[in-house]
Ligand binder design. Structure first.
Ligand SMILES: Nc1ncnc2c1ncn2[C@@H]1O[C@H](COP(=O)(O)OP(=O)(O)OP(=O)(O)O)[C@@H](O)[C@H]1O
Length: 257
């Protein structure tokens, strides 16, 4: 088993001639928290969409768990252990917290719809196992008290936590988080950072996250990759990246203006 859980090799992606990602290569070590940073339009979300199979890349390859891919599809990515949350959360507001978390398993069900509808034994056993897993996630994320609350009635910070739970229930080995702290107040950010660190440490999940708050990035990540116009302009520890003149010019300088 290689040290790197993920290798991005020379990946390019264009939209009608606009290069969103340009010959990008970097590695994510197993067990680390890797932050992707860069100005708006740098290609960060596009990269997450490439990694979980939503966008088809034009060139290069992805190596995940030592397997080489020239193409990834969303179902295949989910089944191989790549989980994902989105920038604008896509929860079901009129469903309970528990049911929202259970929707994270829809791609992993073995029993067929007809077996579920008829309540056949395999479907019943599967449903029970999934409920137990959901219960474990609720406890881990300290959401037991909100188990039956409709998601639309929760605070924004708690909704983001439910979204994390929905991604976690499938037991991903690699979790992609698209701005998990966006729009949060300082307290909510701190709380979410704690949960991301707990997921990484206690569940052993490798995390790749996009984040704009430099304080959060520097405190939480083991590794930072900096993008600008679809290219990599920095790659190293938070301290190395902070001291890199190209990064300061491309991003940190701009952010500090
Ligand atoms: N579906 C799409 N169709 C056309 N162009 C797109 C699409 N998605 C992204 N782009 C373009 O690709 C480039 C990279 O965008 P992307 O959203 O990946 O950047 P980002 O770093 O995530 O930015 P932000 O921080 O604003 O979310 C931009 O020029 C964007 O306009």
């Amino acid at each position: 088993m290689s040290q790197a859980i993920l290798q991005v090799r020379d990946i390019s992606l264009s939209f009608k001639g606009v290069k969103a990602i340009n010959a990008l290569s970097f590695e994510v070590a197993r067990g680390e928290i890797c932050a992707l940073i860069g100005p708006n339009g740098a290609g960060k979300s596009s990269l997450l969409n490439v990694l979980n199979g939503v966008y088809r890349f034009d060139a290069g390859e992805i190596v995940f768990e030592d397997q080489h891919f020239q193409r990834i599809d969303p179902l295949g990515a989910a089944r191989r252990g790549i989980g994902r949350t989105f920038q604008n959360n896509a929860l079901f507001k009129k469903m309970s917290v528990l049911d929202n978390i259970l929707t994270g398993l829809s791609r992993h069900m073995r029993s067929r719809f007809i077996e579920q509808a008829l309540g056949l034994p395999r479907a019943r056993r599967e449903a029970e196992a999934f409920r137990l897993r959901a219960q474990g996630i609720l406890e881990f994320l300290e959401l037991q008290a909100q188990r039956d609350v409709l998601v639309g009635n929760l605070s924004y910070g708690l909704q983001k936590r439910v979204e994390l739970g929905r991604a976690l229930i499938a037991g991903p080995s690699l979790l992609l988080l698209d701005e998990p702290m966006a729009g949060m107040n300082a307290e909510e950010k701190q709380e979410m950072a704690r949960f991301v660190a707990d997921v990484n440490r206690d569940l052993g999940t490798t995390v790749v996250l996009i984040e704009h708050d430099m304080g959060v990035v520097m405190g939480l990540s083991d590794h930072v990759v900096v993008l600008d116009y679809g290219r990599k302009v920095g790659d190293g520890t938070p301290a190395e990246v902070q001291a890199n003149p190209d990064v300061i010019a491309a991003y940190l300088g701009v952010a500090n203006e």
